[in-house]
Ligand binder design. Structure first.
Ligand code: NI
Length: 214
């Protein structure tokens, strides 16, 4: 269970916590990751690896670093802003992101074993922007989510980290955490909107390599 976050009087910043700096050298770090990595095809809705909770990361070793590099390479190929390990078929709780917040600031990072903070009810401002997922290629749907998110987990070395996002980046943090617990955004849609999203997907060819479902 996540700790309850503490907000200051402005209501937008945890007082007693430090969030990682995932902004400095964002471009250079993203390039370095993907140049070390190998792009892999993306799993799509129906693949069992996407529909169950992933395993916790317990080994913070070179193999994990390589996985993260591969995820950055795959994310770039598919032109994504976030990617969970099970989207390249790996059953581990880790996601990467390369995403703009509501002020247009670019955030680049990776987090293992993420847990979302519960927002206090008075902080829940819902934003119903469009959302899409590399594992539901070609489809988009409006989905209401809180416009601020905080996730806590570990970095690639196993050190505890917290990441805070606003706007589209808040959406990304929630979307990617959901992936690692076996949920796609379409699982949060009404039956009708979900059906429509799957129809959009069926009508469009993916613009990047995907893993065919049997
Ligand atoms: Ni997704």
């Amino acid at each position: 269970m996540a700790q309850q976050p503490v907000f200051d009087q402005e209501g937008d910043q945890r007082v007693d916590d430090a969030f990682i700096d995932d902004v400095t050298d964002a471009e250079e770090r993203e390039i370095a990751h993907r140049e070390r990595g190998t792009s892999r095809p993306i799993t799509v809705v129906g693949n069992p690896v996407l529909h169950k909770e992933c395993k916790d990361v317990t080994e913070f070793d070179d193999k994990l670093a390589q996985l993260i590099d591969d995820m950055f390479a795959s994310q770039r190929t598919a032109e994504g802003v976030g990617l969970a390990a099970n989207q390249i078929g790996v059953d581990l709780k880790v996601f990467v992101y390369d995403c703009l917040d509501d002020e247009g600031v670019r955030h680049v990072g990776a987090i293992c074993n993420p847990v979302l903070d519960e927002l206090p009810a008075e902080r829940r401002v819902l934003d119903d922007s469009n959302e899409g997922c590399l594992s539901v290629p070609g489809a988009y749907a409006e989905l209401a989510r809180p416009d601020v998110a905080v996730v806590r987990g570990r970095d690639a070395k196993g050190e505890p980290i917290s990441v805070r996002g606003t706007g589209y980046f808040a959406r990304c943090l929630q979307h990617e955490t959901d992936h690692l617990y076996g949920y796609l955004y379409i699982d949060r849609l009404s039956k009708r909107d979900r059906k429509d999203a799957l129809k959009q997907m069926a009508e469009r060819e993916p613009r990047y390599p995907v893993v065919p479902n049997d």
